[in-house]
Write a protein that binds this ligand. Structure first.
Ligand code: GN1
Ligand code: MG
Length: 357
């Protein structure tokens, strides 16, 4: 693949020096493009995974619409990433053999964390994701294409899991035993959020749907800088964004830590994150939304365990894996985190109660 040739399909002002592969995502292939000029930005060039995303021009349209909207607004002062058009005029480059690509500016002097080093970062992440969510409050959700239908729908995810169990290789089902039990034990409780969405108790809003900590950029002074990875912007519940952040910010370990004794819930990070998040967007949330935040956090940990396990049972066709058991390790990690969260449930509830009453 000639990265330089793809980069040069876009209308940027820099000249290509070299690329570095960015390893962190599980779906797309991402490169940092370094430019020769000191006064030109570096860029992020991304090949969008077309087996996961079926309508890529619409996906890119979502990202462009939202970033333009946010740039015009920027009430929170956060930096908004900018997409660069291609020479054809589209915001993507496509060729049948090369697939779909998009280019955005790279934000210099920014840091990413895979787990939260302290409660100050947890609080900053809360403010950053909360402001992003707040700023999109008056963006018309009907303008957004649903990039992956039913992405966080628990019933749908449970159906896919049950199909996978029925078709899976017996040895994989056996090694997934402890996770399968955790799913059976918790699934009824998890369906509550779906029900509250379906009966209109919880409103659909514009959500990011992938608010893990590594999708937040920080300045060198550890202040929240920008939210990245806008591929899954879709209508959703606030709980999806709140919960996915809690999943990563309030875990003692990365999502693929194998040693489960190192995986536990950090209540102090939960308190800091929730304080930051609600300070930024609490004013637009209803009582019902706030009351269900703790359930939202458990929901997102559970759904990620479920999705990783389903992919393991399907012989790893969705998430990038680095070794054969990687998805099973991720699933076990998420169910260990869920168990630890359940031990902190009362504490979490009283922390949220204090913040919302
Ligand atoms: C995937 O590719 P990446 O790392 O941005 C996944 C998210 C998961 C995440 C878990 C489209 O995101 O839903 O939360 O892995 N994205 C998609 O780390 O499925
Ligand atoms: Mg993503």
């Amino acid at each position: 693949m000639d990265i330089e040739a793809v980069f040069n399909q876009f209308n940027h002002l820099g000249s290509y020096d070299r690329f570095e592969k960015i390893q962190s995502g599980h779906i797309n292939t991402t490169y940092r493009i370094l430019t020769k000029e000191k006064n030109q930005p570096d860029f992020v060039l991304q090949k969008i995974n077309s087996s996961v995303f079926k309508k890529i021009p619409q996906l890119i349209q979502n990202k462009v619409l939202v970033t333009e909207f946010l740039k015009a607004k920027a009430s929170s002062g956060q930096t908004i990433i900018q997409f660069i058009p291609c020479k054809s005029g589209n915001f993507y480059f496509y060729e049948p053999d090369l697939g779909y690509w998009n280019l955005s500016t790279y934000l210099p002097n920014s840091n990413v964390f895979l787990k939260a080093p302290n409660t100050a970062i947890a609080m900053e992440a809360g403010k950053l994701f909360g402001s992003f969510f707040y700023d999109l409050n008056d963006f018309d959700a009907d303008k957004l294409f649903e990039t992956i239908p039913m992405f966080h729908d628990m019933e749908y995810r449970l159906d896919l899991f049950n199909q996978a169990v029925n078709q899976a290789d017996q040895s994989r089902v056996e090694s997934a035993g402890s996770c399968i039990s955790a799913i059976e034990k918790n699934q009824q409780n998890m369906l509550v959020l779906n029900r509250l969405r379906n009966n209109g108790t919880l409103p659909l809003r514009v959500t990011h749907n992938d608010t893990k900590l590594s999708n937040a950029l920080f300045t060198e002074e550890d202040k929240g800088l920008a939210v990245i990875d806008l591929d899954t912007l879709m209508p959703g519940l606030v709980h999806y964004d709140f919960g996915d952040s809690v999943r990563t910010i309030c875990s003692s370990a990365e999502e693929d830590e194998k040693d489960l004794s190192k995986v536990y819930f950090l209540a102090e990070n939960f308190s800091a994150f929730t304080t930051g998040f609600l300070s930024a967007c609490g004013s637009i949330l209803s009582k019902e939304e706030k009351r269900n935040l703790v359930l939202g956090a458990k929901y997102m940990v559970f759904i990620m365990g479920l999705r990783f396990l389903t992919d393991y049972l399907n012989f790893d066709t969705y998430f990038t894996i680095r070794y054969p058991e990687h998805n099973l390790v991720r699933a076990k990690n998420q169910f260990a985190l869920l168990k630890s969260m359940q031990l902190h449930q009362d504490k979490m509830n009283s922390m949220v109660d204090k913040l919302i009453n």
